[in-house]
Design a protein around this ligand. Structure first.
Ligand code: ZN
Length: 427
């Protein structure tokens, strides 16, 4: 695979996906171009052997799948990849404007997920998301993205806080409210949104709007071995999962890729990994293929899930934060994540399956475990298996500065992941 070409495609996907809604819309575009047909949860499904389909929930989570061109009763199970569409950021409150004296207009925002707050300061920001509006026949929604530098969260000058470089505690209600204009810019955002959506501003009934970092993706390093970009966690894996799915024909297993919203806030929404979305889709596929409950259970027992969510690489300035042995590095290949208390779903069996896939794909892999005195984060694997219990491995691409507004990863690893996931879907 041509690394440069793959990176360019990844960069375009990330830059055009400032929110989970945009990530899903761009995924749908990718799937349409690859000949997938759209299904709606509210309509009856028609599923044929050899077919390729996708369905979204809330327009922020999406599941795509391909059916082998064989008798349905001969289908063995599901080969699944999961990733997430959301990233930590700021969400605009329902009444999103706050003025300060008569001088400034500010966005009124709250945290979405656990970001590194300081990284959002002193950089151009804008807003994107979805707007729900009153249309002729009920309500419609559309994506919006104010594609210009509309806001900034200014730091306090060092002269006003001489302890600035000794570690600062940021209060999201005070320190993180973005400046968007002078006081008389009030109301302007509604006009811009309406113009972008092609509607009257009075028609707007609801919004899910997020602040996003206007930074593009970059290739970094004298040797061009690193990449930096917003939302690498987890759009790298979301992109690779869907891309790999479009490249391979299903043979004996139904190939499926699920990209869930709301991982950053615990997955507990109607469209998150802890919802019935995946289970509902699997059951409907089986029902429409004429397979019963018994066959569904047999298929689950012969299924496999690769939960792909980025992993922490060894930090160049803070090696002491990593485990003494299970410390992945950038460009060292796919990270298989292990956790004694099973916050990561990997076990000896699922780890062996993943290693075998990497051997077949001829790509390197490495192991991650937290330091025993660090709690660490959580991910999708053990959450989605609560709904659909199948053998699962938790993996990810190694990266630095997870949940920064601009994250760093290896330039080679995305190609490794694409190769491995295609190999998985091929078998
Ligand atoms: Zn993640």
């Amino acid at each position: 695979m041509n690394q440069e070409k793959q990176l360019q495609k990844l960069f375009t996907f990330i830059e055009e996906s400032p929110t989970c809604f945009h990530a899903v819309a761009n995924t749908e575009k990718m799937l349409e171009e690859a000949g997938f047909s759209k299904l709606e949860e509210k309509n009856k499904w028609d599923i044929q052997k050899g077919g390729k389909y996708y369905v979204n929930r809330n327009k922020s989570s999406i599941i795509a799948f391909t059916i082998p061109d064989i008798e349905p009763k001969a289908v063995k199970g599901f080969h699944m990849v999961a990733a997430h569409s959301d990233s930590p950021c700021f969400k605009l409150k329902e009444i999103p404007e706050g003025t300060l004296d008569t001088a400034y207009l500010k966005w009124n925002v709250e945290k979405y997920g656990g970001m590194i707050l300081s990284t959002w300061l002193d950089r151009p920001l804008s807003i994107a998301g979805r707007v729900v509006y009153k249309a002729k026949d009920g309500m419609e929604s559309c994506l919006v993205n104010l594609e210009k530098d509309t806001a900034i969260i200014p730091n306090v000058a060092i002269h006003m806080n001489r302890d600035m470089n000794k570690g600062v505690e940021y209060n999201p209600q005070i320190d993180m409210q973005p400046l968007v204009g002078q006081a008389d810019a009030k109301g302007m955002y509604l006009e811009l949104l309406a113009k972008e959506a092609g509607i009257e501003k009075e028609a707007i009934l609801g919004t899910d709007l997020f602040l996003y970092n206007r930074d593009k993706c970059h290739v970094i390093g004298l040797d061009e071995m690193f990449i930096a970009g917003p939302r690498l966690d987890d759009l790298e894996c979301a992109y690779a999962g869907m891309k790999a799915l479009t490249k391979e024909e299903a043979k004996e297993y139904i190939n499926l890729c699920a990209v869930f919203d709301n991982e950053e806030i615990g997955s507990g929404t109607k469209q998150g990994a802890d919802s019935t979305f995946l289970k509902d889709v699997l059951v409907r596929i089986c029902t429409k293929l004429g397979l019963g409950e018994e066959e569904y259970r047999c298929m689950l027992a012969d299924s496999f899930l690769i939960s792909a969510d980025n992993a922490h690489a060894l930090h160049p300035n803070h090696p002491e934060k990593a485990d003494t042995a299970n410390r992945p590095v950038l460009n060292g290949g796919i990270v298989i994540k292990y956790h004694g208390s099973q916050k990561y779903a990997t076990d000896a069996y699922s780890s062996a399956v993943m290693k075998d896939i990497c051997h077949k794909a001829k790509v390197p892999y490495q192991a991650y475990a937290n330091r025993s005195d660090i709690v660490g984060g959580s991910t999708l694997g053990n959450i989605s298996t609560a709904q659909v219990s199948v053998n699962t491995v938790d993996i990810g691409l190694p990266q630095l500065a997870m949940h920064s507004a601009l994250e760093t990863a290896g330039a080679k690893d995305i190609v490794y992941l694409l190769e491995a996931l295609q190999t998985f879907y091929r078998q």
